[in-house]
Design a protein around this ligand. Sequence first.
Ligand code: SF4
Length: 235
Amino acid sequence: MAEQNNGWTRRDFLTTGGAVVGAGTLLGWPLHSLAFRPDIVNPLAHYPARDWEKIYRDQYRYDSMFDWVCSPNDTHACRVLAYVRNGILTRMGTQYNYQNYSDLYGNKASPNWNPRQCAKGYTFHRIVYGPYRLKHPIVRKGWKEWADDGFPELTPENKSKYKFDSRGSDVHLKIDWASVLKYIAKGYVAIAKRYSGEEGAKRLRAQGYPEEMIAETGGAGTRTFKMRGGMGLLG
Ligand code: SF4
């Protein structure tokens, strides 16, 4: 039985291949130029133009490199190497040395963690130079109004008023760095006050937090902070 591959039989292939070779010969293709040259022992040594090899190797040249820590919302915090050429980040890499350092308690990772970073870390320079990179802080309009009103309790009415139940329909406002840092500080103070002590524990209980988590705060509202959205995004 004839072999099948993508609907082709061996016979189809041989018939068509023979027709192509035959046509090439009829059209005068210099097939003889593919013949073996006994006078050239090493074809690479006789290659007429090898400048392309220099360009090929040169594309990986770099002027300097530095380590940075990738820490988006996935919390892995991988160490990534960045290569710089002419003042531009051209590519990312890895050091393969996760086994060489430890945490404060002396715990070390095994070499199996190398290379640790994912494709996102390896292509982060595209985000740095990308057209959608956020280059200044922004704050959600409803969140800012809530902060300006002194962070009132988020009752169902207030959730609607400040759009905590419809963030996607809200807009973000550009804000300067000094102001955004003040807003962040004010938010932290409000959280710390609201969730500290027995009153804070009661609130957490009412919100459905399990007793183990509430006990873990040790009565300090500061331990309920949830950092959200890097790059100066509030809301
Ligand atoms: S390199 Fe990937 S896994 Fe590591 S922190 Fe960045 S995004 Fe997360």
